[in-house]
Design a protein. Structure first.
Length: 309
């Protein structure tokens, strides 16, 4: 695999590292199966692209994309906690609605950003080539997001959010407003995903209405791969694991599609994804089967007192 393809895989992997962090928040922290990310990812890209083309500063456009993603996640949570619509159905409803919303925002199926200002162009350093600068800047963004999440979950509010997902009944018994924390968790989750979408369109040179298809699969694949390779109970290790999982996922995809003897092409992307996720799910089972079993401790026999029958 060429250096250009490797850097491209790292670049996309870091972007989807933000998606993996968002998916981890919803699926693992608050135990909410959220499919909204398939709509909030292109939502972030659509908002950023439409505003940049309209002449808005790219940083303002990216901030607006984050806010739009947070609103989408909040709406999903609101449908569940207030209107009592089941979690999966609420996220599907918002995801479907966002398809039309994204078309409205862009005004057409795709928006080109060729020649338009981006955050990468505004922060570019003349001494660093563009092919190296983009992955470096994305690495900084992912590290800041990861450290921010780690610090938040070390606070009392973050612990309350974790309790909301771990045992909501016990959390409510302790006076924790679980509904509010669910709203906040999904808003934060989809804000990260929308940020990833905004950065994605600025690296790829345009937004497309279909670019969000399969985002949830990629996010889950990154989480599963990361947790399989780096199992841990500490939050800071787990958040690192899901980012590493996203990088490995994109690297495996790029390596598979750029290997001539395998004969894989771009249309085989979903097949490769399914195989990778299947292997990631199979590894823990193989570890348990191959691990040597410890013999059960023998129960000591108590001597009976003399004269006992």
């Amino acid at each position: 695999m060429s250096l250009f393809a490797t850097l491209g895989a790292i670049e996309i992997g870091l972007i989807f590292g933000l998606v993996a962090l968002g998916v981890y928040l919803s699926f693992r922290i608050v135990n909410f199966p959220d499919l909204t990310v398939d709509g909030s990812f292109p939502l972030g890209g659509a908002v950023a692209a439409a505003l940049i083309v309209a002449g808005t500063d790219p940083f303002v456009a990216t901030a607006a994309a984050i806010a739009a993603g947070a609103m989408a996640g909040w709406l999903t949570a609101y449908l569940h906690v207030r209107l009592r619509i089941m979690q999966l159905l609420a996220s599907i409803l918002v995801m479907i609605a966002l398809y039309s919303v994204n078309l409205r925002i862009m005004g057409k199926p795709n928006v080109a950003l060729i020649g338009e200002p981006t955050v990468f162009g505004a922060l570019a350093v003349a001494a660093i080539p563009e092919m190296w600068f983009k992955p470096l800047l994305l690495l900084v963004v992912v590290v800041v997001a990861k450290v921010g999440i780690d610090l938040y979950f070390a606070s009392s509010s973050g612990l309350a959010m974790r309790a909301t997902g771990g045992n909501p009944r016990m959390a409510r018994a302790q006076g924790i407003g679980t509904d509010g924390y669910t709203l906040g968790a999904l808003a934060l989750s989809n804000a990260l995903v929308a940020l990833a979408g905004a950065l994605f369109v600025q690296t790829q040179g345009g937004a497309d209405i279909s670019m969000g298809i399969g985002t949830i699969v990629i996010g889950l694949a990154a989480v599963i791969i990361g947790e399989t390779l780096m199992p841990a109970r500490r939050i800071w290790i787990t958040t690192l694991a899901v980012v590493v999982g996203a990088l490995l996922y994109r690297f495996f995809i790029a390596a598979a599609l750029n290997t001539d003897f395998m004969g894989l092409q771009a249309q085989d992307l979903n097949l490769v994804t399914a195989v990778l996720v299947g292997l990631a799910l199979l590894v823990p089972q193989l570890k348990r089967r191959l691990a040597p079993r410890r013999p059960a401790a023998a129960t000591p026999v108590r001597p009976q007192p003399q004269g006992a029958r």
